[in-house]
Design a protein around this ligand. Sequence first.
Ligand SMILES: CC(C)(COP(=O)(O)OP(=O)(O)OC[C@H]1O[C@@H](n2cnc3c(N)ncnc32)[C@H](O)[C@@H]1OP(=O)(O)O)[C@@H](O)C(=O)NCCC(=O)NCCS
Length: 150
Amino acid sequence: MDAAAIAHKQEICAEILATVASWIGPPARHAELIDQIGPLDTIIHFDGDAALGFIALAAGVEDHVEITLIAVRRARHGEGIGRRLIHDAAAFARTHDYPALAVSWVTDDPQGRAHRAPRHFFTRLGFRPPLTAARGPLLLRPVRRQWLSA
Ligand SMILES: CC(C)(COP(=O)(O)OP(=O)(O)OC[C@H]1O[C@@H](n2cnc3c(N)ncnc32)[C@H](O)[C@@H]1OP(=O)(O)O)[C@@H](O)C(=O)NCCC(=O)NCCS
């Protein structure tokens, strides 16, 4: 992906992120997240020209595909867009032969106040704590691997 395409992707994601600002934290955190997204595989869902939501993925983090960030335009919450993004991320993991999707960033809120909504979202979509958690809040969702014989 060339620099202009990356910048365009970041612009689209930043605009969506701005609609869920209160979930994400201070503006500096937004900028940091958008920077991180730059080199990552990112799936964006559109309705015509309108971007509805995105999921940014880091492959190969501890042998799984890590969801760095998922966000859906505030006005379109509850329509199943987040679920479809997770579905596409699972397909991405299967295609690249990773056994699981993982999410370790759930909220920055030290009081955990904002914790429940995303955790509920991920739990609804099949994410569970791993048997041994080496760090922070980490949830895993196995993806079915298709083994094809030659
Ligand atoms: C989390 C988020 C991506 C969910 O997107 P969405 O498109 O509204 O989610 P969906 O409509 O696909 O919902 C999927 C399931 O999760 C549940 N869910 C979604 N948001 C929820 C919330 N805030 N509280 C409780 N449950 C929620 C839905 O009820 C649904 O379950 P159901 O099928 O049993 O009804 C969206 O709320 C968002 O952008 N939040 C801000 C950013 C964020 O916190 N990202 C997570 C950290 S990386």
